[in-house]
Design a protein around this ligand. Sequence first.
Ligand SMILES: Cc1cc2nc3c(=O)[nH]c(=O)nc-3n(C[C@H](O)[C@H](O)[C@H](O)COP(=O)(O)OP(=O)(O)OC[C@H]3O[C@@H](n4cnc5c(N)ncnc54)[C@H](O)[C@@H]3O)c2cc1C
Length: 508
Amino acid sequence: MEIKHFTNRALWSESTSKHDFPRLTGDIEVDVAIVGGGITGLSAAYNLVKSGKKVAVLEALQVGMGTTGSSTGNLYASIDEYLFTIGSKHSEEALKAVVASRLSAIDFIEQRIQEYNISCDFRRVPFYLFTTADTSAKSNQIEKEQQAAVKAGLNISKSPPENFPFSVDEIVNIPDQAQFNPLKYVSQLALALQGDNCQILENTKVLKVEEGEPCTVHTSHGTVRAKQVIMATHTPKGIYAVHTAMEPYREHAMAVKIKGELPAGGIYWHMQLTQHYSLRPYIDGSEQFLLVLGEAYKVGHENDTAQNFKKIEEYVRANFNVESIAYTWAAQHYKPADALPYIGNSPTEKNIFIATGFAADGLVYGTLSGMIISDLIMNKENPYAKMYSPTRFTPIASATKFVKENLDVGYQLVKDLLFYGDADEVKDIKIGQGKTIKLNNERLAVYRDEQGAVHLVSGICPHMGCAVHWNNGEKTWDCPCHGSRFGIDGEVLEGPAFTGLAKPKHSH
Ligand SMILES: Cc1cc2nc3c(=O)[nH]c(=O)nc-3n(C[C@H](O)[C@H](O)[C@H](O)COP(=O)(O)OP(=O)(O)OC[C@H]3O[C@@H](n4cnc5c(N)ncnc54)[C@H](O)[C@@H]3O)c2cc1C
């Protein structure tokens, strides 16, 4: 069967009825402006509104249609880089606090679901991290994770349940974790919150934020003045020091229909040599899907991203009897240098708050960010605020990744600017292909569409001046430095850049 990869439609976006919220019209004044209507922004909105604050959530697209609506919907105490990493990079105390804080965020989600009667297929399920004999994962990883989980106070088992869909070698089995439909959750939460004290404004793109008393948030449809601003945009928009302490990754996902029974509800992390595949079942009425994720790669660092997709397909076909591939998509995450996210006050701006570096664990960390940041704004003690603060300095825990990341940014800047292609190459660009070239002393990103028309934009990312790279799977221009991504006509899709790729200076 011919499979159309990178349809860029997550399973949730198709199977969830969304709610339309208005766009901003004119100028308004609120206590707190929240930029971004994903799980972070809406969790913050809930806590602030409950504390009596007047808030506006400013969403460029539609609520939940950023990374939240492209995630897997798993809620777990563990982390993508494994709990033992926290133990080794930080301390046993930090390990316990990470697990306790993440469990409190999962409880928060469950409480909101009960409070507002949100129908989002929430279920308490086990989490499994396991190896199989054929996957030759690094030795003693599972044993290390078992020990870390026990130290963190989790009640684990070291054996799989009956009818486990894999023949397990070693396993960490953690009961009472959860999964849900993330898009149904955030869109219904937004609907419940909407009111005089909580304006949910969609199709309202923030163009610039000026810190001050009050702060001024310039949007595509008016200006918002606010005492505080929360950058709930997954990675903060603009120039922030935390960008240099995170690596942007893209990860591929697939929802397949299989012949026979789906595995029982659960979060399945199948460990391989360098990363794990994440699997979960999802039942939507009469429709049944198995979601499979994996093959993360560093944004802008692979020439043939479509290949990664094929690897997932091979993996799922090798392990299940696949009837059809229903959805395929990719989404982004930001790995922090010291394995902890950055949540709290921006180090250089008193009235601006950031929440980022969630790796692939941000449904829980985003929820936790909403809890921590609202406490900071309300001047309430929060037991986890210090550990996750963006102002923390952890030289030993961050060192290797920090140096590597910044060497890499420097390398990208120089390498890409020296090795641009030739003007002659424009005519050689085939249908569906993108290439960076130098023309009239200008660095350009060129794409030839299916009709043969050529799309020309500047090849320089407006965020910090790195050269963008072609992503053949998704047909986008991706910046290898801090993860900004752009469409073929230069519009900004995600990442820290506020603006898109410029139009060419000369007409070509
Ligand atoms: C493939 C994949 C699977 C994942 N699965 C899981 C999982 O199972 N469990 C888990 O815990 N985590 C998971 N994650 C991580 C998780 O999805 C994210 O960390 C989380 O959704 C981030 O939420 P957010 O609200 O901070 O960001 P987003 O959901 O990305 O929301 C940010 C919002 O800001 C808006 N925005 C951006 N710029 C502007 C602007 N200029 N003006 C106005 N609005 C703007 C965007 O449109 C977007 O809606 C996964 C990540 C990936 C990549």
